[in-house]
Write a protein that binds this ligand. Structure first.
Ligand code: MSP
Length: 670
């Protein structure tokens, strides 16, 4: 059986409703699988829920339900969230599924038979949120919240993890892509410089009953991570003694995606479990190590990891209702390198949506389809004679294809999406320069046909590459261009086989203008504005969830530390000096000031800035600041802001405003 491209996500604790931080990994996995399928490979996406252990038990107890009834009740939320995001998983595994419980039990037994599991007394600090014993040193260094640490002495069962320290280091060193990004690989190697202890893999049933019993000692259940990690093998169809036919087409996983918080459990616990199983299983059931463990960063809100316990989660459905499913998929993969942390803000989402989707892609689509409809009979025009400007577009498209293909293969989604975004911007510039409206006015039909054909070809080219990320919208665009639902994968495969870019459409095919694919939003859509207002009414804001996006931390990807932008990109940002003529506190938000800033226009602009913790309103009047004057207006807690001030400080908060001395208002800043 040919090898399938297998991607896994962590399995999610069923102790609350899913939020966008959970959806993120699953989205990335879905895009990776859709990409492979489009390129003609078979792909297997495994995801699911982690249902045993203390956290889930406590959540169930709070609701007065048995843990299984609690999980049965909530698991639908997780599946529905994935469905609404368009995630095409192949298996949704629950750790309470019978085949998984059988795999865990048989695995424990085979390791016990080989004396790789033994019983011993253990005393240590148990950290409830992680469901794990933690080291004395980490506790002393204050790495854990004291309230959530308990001192436990337990007889327990241990896995001889320490035996596999040297082989694991050797594997990591010999396989540079085993742990990505490189910075995370280095972290794991650093961790492995200390002697590795054996791993406690059980909890006494008397203390924590909600787990899979050890087959050789019914007084214990298996520890949550041992159970959970094995889901990856169960999902592939593995069993230590009776593996299902074809399991080895789905295993080893090509990419196991996970958040950076669970890298050690995967890179060390999981890898050593696999190394041990390689020793004890018959050849036909020996599981290899995955090709890549990819640790992504966290989505933060106001500088804190988005999480249920902090209460700063962003609701998946709210984003989908407000901007649509595909825009939600796009934002999370486009906005930050996969591997970095990302500061979420609704305004950042709005800005990205308007810039890339409404203005750039939407505009190119509108220009291509509307002018063809108005002046060329609504059909794909003949190519005619393509000149240097069109050939330059072809060359750019070839470059974008090479970049996007490599990047998608390497899970560098933001690089692929930036390459397409740049091409779309070049396409819009081409339209500005070639001015089809003038060609039409002057009756230069041949040239008009060539230009419109180039624009439609470019639109189709971008649509095909974007289709794994924007499946619905790209199907809509394909239909507008007269292409069927399977045309995008066929186009990608043709490009992979060496087809010339921008040579795919058939002259005479009818096109349809239809409604705008990505309507522009002048301000935050109503559902988000209403949710923010409701949150504000419920409790005065500590910090605005809709604040301007905080700057990203430096990239941790193995390639470019930040995606470089061109001068053209930079030139899009219009900066001008502005004199603060009035300033006051925001009526609804403690951290915001509302400024009136003279930027050399007829009237001063209202600018809402998140700088109240650093500056008193009165101190700002008279200062000459630097203003981004072409940022889309956005409503911040009910006040429309018509620009943004530049300030130093980043995630730590504002340290100083960028100001200029000896300069009047309205001067251009570059
Ligand atoms: N059940 C374990 C995983 C077992 S895998 C064998 C677990 N579950 S979790 O529900 O707490 O987290 C699942 C994943 O969601 C983790 O990869 C975690 O990093 C990710 N995220 C949760 N909040 C997140 C953000 N705010 N941002 C990005 N991802 C985050 O851990």
């Amino acid at each position: 059986m040919p090898k399938t491209y297998t991607v896994t996500t962590p399995i999610y604790y069923v102790n609350g409703r899913p939020h966008i931080g959970h959806a993120y990994t699953t989205l990335a996995a879905d895009v990776a699988c859709r990409w492979r399928r489009a390129m003609g490979e078979t792909a297997f996406l495994l995801t699911g829920t982690d249902e045993h252990g203390q956290k889930v038990l406590q959540a169930a107890e709070k609701r007065g339900l048995s843990p299984k009834a609690h999980c049965d009740d909530l698991v639908g939320d997780w599946q529905a969230m994935m469905g609404r995001l368009g995630v095409t998983y192949d298996r949704f595994l629950r750790t309470t599924d019978a085949d998984h419980e059988a795999v865990v039990s048989a695995t424990l037994q085979i390791l016990r038979d080989a004396d790789l599991i033994y019983r011993a007394e253990y005393e240590g600090w148990y950290y409830l949120p992680d469901e794990a014993f933690v080291t004395e040193k980490d506790v002393e260094e204050g790495r854990y919240d004291r309230d959530k640490l308990v001192r436990l002495t337990e007889a327990n069962w241990f896995f001889r993890m320490s035996r596999y320290q040297a082989p694991l280091i050797a594997h990591i060193e010999a396989h540079p892509d085993f742990i990505r990004p490189t910075s995370r690989r280095n972290e794991v190697l650093g961790f492995l410089r200390k002697p590795l202890e054996d791993l406690c893999i059980s909890r006494p049933r008397a203390r924590m009953s909600w787990g899979i019993p050890l087959p050789f000692d019914g007084a214990f259940v298996t520890y949550v991570w041992f159970d959970a990690l094995l889901n990856y093998l169960t999902g592939a169809g593995w069993h230590p003694v009776h593996p299902s036919p074809g399991w080895d087409a789905r295993w080893p996983a090509d990419a196991q995606l996970l958040g950076k918080d669970i890298l050690t459990t995967h890179a060390v616990y999981w890898s050593t479990m696999l190394l041990a199983l390689q020793q004890v299983c018959a050849p036909e059931a020996r599981p290899a190590l995955p090709t890549t463990l990819y640790a992504h960063g966290w989505w933060t809100v106001d500088g804190q990891k988005m999480s249920k316990s902090v209460g700063n989660t962003i609701d998946v459905d709210l984003l989908i209702q407000s901007f649509g499913r595909d825009a939600t998929r796009y934002f999370f993969l486009r906005d930050i390198p996969f591997g970095n942390d990302g500061a979420f803000s609704y305004d950042g989402f709005l800005t990205r949506y308007n810039a890339d989707l409404a203005n750039d892609l939407g505009n190119l689509a509108h220009r291509g389809l509307s002018m063809t409809t108005m002046w060329l009979g609504g059909v794909v025009p003949p190519r005619g004679a393509w000149g240097p400007a069109e050939e330059a577009l072809v060359a750019r498209a070839a470059g974008a294809w090479a970049t996007a293909r490599e990047a998608m293969d390497q899970l560098q989604f933001h690089v692929a999406l930036e390459a397409v975004a740049e091409l779309i911007r070049a396409g819009n510039k081409y339209v500005d320069t070639e001015a089809p409206w003038t060609l039409n006015k002057e009756g230069r039909v041949d040239r008009l046909q060539a230009v419109q054909r180039a624009v439609l070809e470019l639109l189709w080219f971008a649509t095909a590459i974007l289709s794994p990320v924007l499946p619905e919208k790209c199907a809509e665009l394909a239909a507008k261009l007269g292409a069927g639902p399977d045309a995008a994968p066929a186009a990608l495969r043709a490009l992979a086989a060496g087809a010339r870019p921008l040579d795919a459409l058939v002259a005479g095919t009818p096109v349809h203008l239809g409604e705008p694919t990505f309507p522009r939003h002048r301000e935050l859509p109503a559902p988000i504005a209403a949710a923010l207002d409701a949150a504000h009414a419920a409790s005065p804001p500590a910090a605005p969830a809709a604040a301007r996006p905080a700057p990203q931390e430096p990239a941790v990807t193995e390639t470019a530390p930040e995606t470089p932008i061109t001068y053209d990109d930079f030139a899009k940002i219009k900066l001008r000096t502005g004199k603060v003529v009035a300033a006051e506190k925001h009526p609804n938000a403690d951290k915001l000031l509302v400024l009136q800033v003279d930027v050399g226009e007829e009237a001063p602009r209202t600018i809402v800035a998140g700088i109240a913790s650093r500056f008193a309103a009165a101190d700002l009047v008279g200062r000459t600041v630097v203003v981004v004057v072409n940022l889309a207006p956005a409503k911040l807690r009910g006040v429309v802001s018509q620009g943004m001030l530049l300030a130093a400080g980043g995630d730590k908060g504002v340290i100083e405003l960028a100001t200029v001395a000896d300069c009047g208002p309205g001067e251009v800043v570059r």
